[in-house]
Design a protein around this ligand. Structure first.
Ligand code: BDP
Length: 732
């Protein structure tokens, strides 16, 4: 057999006899090691200077601190990786890739644990507290040991070890046990079968369905490596607005090829399905979940899938939402539809991820109420292999929303978290917006449904109600762009999603620190301003787009740029005017008892706060209240003035980011630096566009001036209203 495993085997065999000798003489030749390191560093640096972002946070920069490097060198000079599986090959391969570039010397792979300094092996007996995915790392002055119960967990441990080196941790005194808090940590791709990506801003889809199953791009492997390095263990490669073709035999072979490539990395494949598949590809006359033939069709389909992909994850379903078919077409509930699919998957261990993102065209209720209204009454009716997947907020991935009131409202149903990593509403792939802070804000939000401390994170990880099934998913921001995500900093959002799904107790700031150290710079003086910039970045976007709880002001269809004036769409709740309700009296939507009564969907604790403008946090003020333009804010300033100031502060924030970034020129790889510089220039232009268009628009109603001293808008409101972008990317 030709393959990497043989190659490593050869390395180990050749080196075996002299390995102990080498270990002994290692210290003696430290100076040589350091010199070699320097030479290699220069070579590596020559390559790194071309850094275009392709290697993500796995670029394994040379470790410049000589003390750390020498310690790591000693600890990893002789490596034993137990096992003979595809995953143990992956572990060896990753170490082979990482260590020479980071440390300047090739490690020696040995075939016996007692000849190694770094030992990676499954324990002789099961270490129960580590489960299937947890690992234990012990570091001493001259040795390292990674233990776990499974090979995939060893891979996670290996990546954790490499991350510790990339972030310059002291490994000589280490005893770390980690286990993921959420069981299924997923990416949902909204990729179509023709490589278009809905809400994708990083080029074509990475899934080349036309060439699969035969043509297996290296990119798939690098994608799997990146995901495994942050603990992502499930992917849905196709759009929730699904194409029924995905379940036809020829496409299932393509899915099988992906699943086979991803399996060694611990990644399971799931599929988005079209509820009307029995009719569209099965030749049936109905897709009614109560019809025995329909039920049989799904059971047969599940069997067919599992014959090809024994560890297939399950189905993700968007039903009766935005024109998608579903059980409602036959007068059946979401629970009936979900349970029919769950029954088909159950014998094979698969699950159903049933999305709660529904709002019906004929529902009279205000849009933010609808997911709750539809799903909360179904609590307790779902099969045990169903999870209801809920978007983080009650509407739709806006720059800021309160947490969805469904979290906490369905105690008998496992609820999956759906975040949007792709920046549909936060500036596509040209705006720097670190979403770690968004994820953290939502996960840390306290629902108060079972008293203080009933956080959204505890609902999602299942601990609040004792559910085993737990899921955190992010709508992917990945495409064929050389840097994967269209913006170097958008990589951090992919990274943060994985890290927080693994451990929601990590702070967004620590994650940003890690990512910067691994991706951009090892120097604390460089890291610090970048992290500060990242931590503030999302708030800038909120400020120049939708401050003070405003939402859904984006232009029609593509959602690119401002469109607060849009009032001509067929459904009332597609129009921005429906959400901001600005008139000469004031601005904001009244979601208290005198209005749509959205507050009633929250626990008593939050009702008392959200029902009262004086208690509602400024950040959510206009989400819950319609207030007069001269409403006095806590600061003593009027609402109008505060709104204007926020819009201007957003633009100033981008200017500050630009200045910070400029100061770092020469201290960050030129390739990376240049990309971000260009993106920041676009962001600044667009932030001003957002600010000026929105302030001019709202000014018509407020009838108050933009305070003196602030730059006046460059163009008239009519100018902004006339702008059209028929080819803006990512449209649905
Ligand atoms: C909206 C997107 C649309 C998606 C939908 C969904 O604009 O493209 O299909 O969410 O989540 O935000 O299903």
């Amino acid at each position: 057999m030709v393959g990497p495993r043989n190659k490593w085997q050869i390395v180990a065999d050749q080196s075996e006899s002299s390995s102990m000798l080498k270990a002994r003489s290692f210290r003696k030749y430290q100076w040589l090691v350091a010199l070699l390191g320097f030479v290699l560093h220069s070579q590596v640096f020559a390559t790194v200077s071309q850094d275009d972002g392709y290697r993500l946070w796995l670029n394994y920069r040379f470790i410049t601190n000589p003390t750390l490097r020498l310690t790591y060198l000693e600890q990893t000079s002789h490596i034993y990786v137990a096992g003979n599986s595809a995953t143990s090959d992956v572990i060896r391969h990753e170490l082979q890739l990482a260590l020479p570039t980071m440390l300047g010397l090739n490690p020696v792979f040995v075939s016996q644990a007692n000849a190694a300094t770094l030992v990676i092996e499954t324990g002789t007996s099961v270490i129960s507290e580590l489960g299937d995915e947890g690992f234990h790392i012990v570091g001493k002055a001259k040795s390292l040991r990674v233990t776990a119960n499974t090979q995939v967990a060893l891979l996670y441990g290996t990546f954790a070890l490499l991350r510790s080196m990339q972030t310059g941790q002291d490994l000589a005194n280490l005893d770390v046990r980690e286990q993921p808090k959420v069981q299924r940590r997923m990416l949902n791709h909204w990729d179509d079968l023709d490589r278009h990506t809905e809400r994708g801003y990083a080029g074509q889809s990475i899934f080349d369905w036309h060439k699969l199953p035969v043509y297996k791009e290296q990119r798939y492997i690098n994608y799997a490596r990146a995901n495994a390095s942050i603990g992502i263990n499930g992917i849905v490669p196709n759009n929730v607005n699904a194409n029924a073709l995905i379940l036809t035999p020829s496409y299932l072979l393509k899915v099988q090829a992906l699943a086979d490539m991803f399996r060694p990395y611990g990644i399971k494949v799931y599929l988005s399905i079209k509820f009307s598949s029995p009719q569209q590809i099965g030749g049936l006359t109905t897709s009614d979940p109560a019809d025995p033939q329909v039920q049989q069709w799904w059971q047969d389909k599940a069997k067919e899938i599992y014959q090809l992909i024994p560890d297939f994850g399950g189905f993700l379903v968007k039903a009766n939402s935005e024109g998608q078919p579903g059980p409602g077409d036959y007068g059946r509930s979401h629970a009936m539809g979900a349970n029919m699919l769950a029954k088909a998957l159950k014998p094979f261990g698969g699950i159903v991820l049933w999305r709660a993102f529904v709002y019906a065209p004929d529902d009279e209720h205000e849009r933010s109420l609808q997911a709750y209204n539809e799903f909360a009454p179904l609590d307790g009716q779902f099969a045990d292999n169903v999870t209801v997947q809920v978007k983080n907020g009650p509407i739709d991935f806006q720059p800021r929303e309160p947490f969805s009131p469904l979290f906490g409202a369905m105690p008998n149903t496992p609820l999956a978290m759906e975040f949007q990593v792709t920046q549909e509403y936060l500036g596509f792939s040209t705006h720097l917006a670190y979403l770690g802070t968004v994820f953290e804000e939502v996960l840390d939000a306290d629902t108060w449904v079972k008293g203080q401390g009933s956080t959204v994170a505890k609902v999602v990880d299942g601990s609040l109600e004792g559910h085993d099934l737990s899921v955190m998913a992010g709508v992917a921001n990945i495409g064929m762009d050389r840097n994967w995500t269209g913006h170097i900093f958008a990589q951090a959002n992919w990274y943060a999603l994985g890290r927080l799904a693994w451990d929601h107790q990590l702070s967004a700031k620590d994650i940003a620190n890690e990512w910067v150290a691994m991706t951009l710079s090892q120097t604390p003086q460089v890291q610090q301003p970048i992290v500060t910039m990242m931590m503030a970045s999302r708030e800038h976007v909120v400020n120049y787009m939708t401050p003070l709880g405003l939402h859904h002001l984006m232009a029609t269809g593509h959602h690119y740029g401002p469109g607060p004036w849009v009032d001509n769409l067929s459904r009332a709740d597609w129009n921005p005017v429906y959400y901001h309700r600005a008139d000469t009296q004031g601005i904001g939507i009244d979601r208290t008892a005198t209005g749509t009564n959205g507050v009633a969907q929250y626990s008593a604790h939050w009702q008392a706060i959200f029902a009262d403008p004086a208690k509602t946090p400024d950040e959510l003020l206009l989400w819950f209240h319609h207030l007069p333009w001269n409403y006095p804010m806590r600061s003593g300033k009027t609402l109008w003035l505060t709104l204007v100031e926020r819009y201007y502060a957003g633009v100033e924030g981008v200017e500050q980011m630009q200045q910070t970034w400029q100061r770092l020129a020469g201290q960050i790889n030129a390739g990376q630096h240049h990309q971000v510089t260009m993106a920041l220039a676009i962001q600044l232009q667009e932030a001003k566009w957002w600010r000026d268009a929105c302030v001019l628009y709202f000014q018509q109603f407020a009838k108050q001036p933009i305070p003196e001293g602030l730059p006046q808008p460059e163009h008239s409101l009519e100018y902004y209203q006339r702008l059209a972008f028929p080819y803006a990317p990512g449209q649905g």
